[in-house]
Design a protein around this ligand. Structure first.
Ligand code: A2P
Length: 332
């Protein structure tokens, strides 16, 4: 079989639409593309190459002829329909958090742990967007110097929440600029012209679910439970692109010069680090580049093995849709 029947579940969402675009851009060997969403969107038209494809309502019979199903419709939909898709003979690549920490489900970033893909039971998980960009940037350091400690603070765009959040930021911004009172539906507080130090719900330990995802997923992808990692995740009024301030302490010494040399040669990473000319990764640059961008590299002045850096990536593409399609490419 050299061409595949692929389904995108959540095809009308911000990530689903990106999945369709990326399948086209990368000329994925498709026999047939099925676009699935809720009954609200049934009949909507989405273009794929010269074809106008009609979105279908997701049902338990949607997967009868599907080889690969890319899911991005949230955890509830994945929990219900991914097992049905697997039973129908499809392999599921799931962008939700439903199965990520399940021991029998590989959690894959193709540049970091492709060999984990060999053992799966039909479901493969795509990591959280903020995890993907961080592990790609840290993997070369882990390999040559080891990592003892990671302290990460994120500045995440609203598209990571979905299309309703993109609308909320637009509408609130217009309201504020017109001296009107903005309404919040998606977030617990106004997001326009504000920063929210909360992504997802709080857990009993004072951390949010997003922070715990970043912690647990990093350890699983690096296959290393010893790494000491702590996280603060914040939502910022940016439409696309997640930024991260990462501080890490390595086991062995590594110079910034050597690290830059490694980053220049690493596939999937773009070094943007020229402070003399005010050049560093910016969220808006993630609309142009698919690589994970790394910059502001510097030695901590108080800890011999400490390094600070700034990491930016497109949360909808490398942080979600592109990573999922790359997993599908690895599979085939
Ligand atoms: P719909 O547009 O019909 O609501 P986003 O992450 O941008 O919010 O998008 C979520 C995606 O998941 C959309 O395509 C949405 O479809 C889809 N979705 C949400 N709930 C369901 C459901 N119960 N069944 C099928 N698709 C769903």
């Amino acid at each position: 079989m050299s061409e595949f029947n692929v389904a995108v579940v959540g095809a009308t969402g911000v990530v689903g639409r990106e999945m369709v675009k990326i399948l086209e851009e990368r000329e994925f060997p498709l026999n047939n593309l099925t676009l699935l969403a809720s009954e609200r969107s049934a009949g909507e038209i989405i273009n794929y190459r010269e074809n106008k494809l009609e979105v279908q309502e997701l049902t338990k019979d949607s997967f009868n002829t599907i080889d690969i199903a890319l899911f991005s419709a949230g955890s509830t939909v994945s929990k219900k329909y991914a097992p049905i898709a697997v039973k129908s003979g499809a392999i599921v690549i799931d962008n939700s958090s439903a199965f990520r920490m399940d021991k029998s489900v590989p959690l894959i970033v193709p540049e970091v742990n492709p060999s984990d893909l060999t053992r799966h039971n039909g479901i493969i998980a795509n990591p959280n967007c903020s995890t993907i960009q961080m592990v790609i940037a840290l993997k070369p350091i882990l390999d040559i110097a080891g990592i003892n400690r990671i302290i990460v603070s994120t500045y995440q765009s609203v598209s990571g929440t979905g299309k309703d959040a993109v609308t909320e930021l637009t509408e609130q911004s217009l309201k504020v600029l017109n001296n009107k009172k903005p309404k919040s539906k998606v977030y617990p507080h106004q997001i326009a012209f504000n920063v929210l130090p909360q992504i997802d719900e709080f857990e009993g330990n004072g951390f949010t679910k997003e922070e715990m995802k970043l912690i647990h997923e990093t350890k699983k992808i690096f296959n290393n439970k010893q790494i000491r990692i702590t996280a603060t995740t914040a939502r910022v009024p940016v439409f696309y692109g997640h930024s991260e301030s990462v501080y890490l302490v390595t086991d062995k010494k590594i110079t910034i010069k050597k690290l830059k040399g490694i980053y220049i040669k690493t596939k999937g990473i773009r070094l943007v680090d020229d402070i003399a000319n005010n050049k560093y990764p910016l969220a808006i640059m993630s609309e142009t580049y698919d690589e994970v961008m790394v910059g502001r590299l510097r030695k901590d002045l108080t800890e011999p093995n400490g390094i600070n850096m700034w990491i930016v990536a497109n949360n909808l593409r490398k942080g979600a849709a592109l990573n999922a399609v790359q997993i599908a490419e690895l599979l085939i």
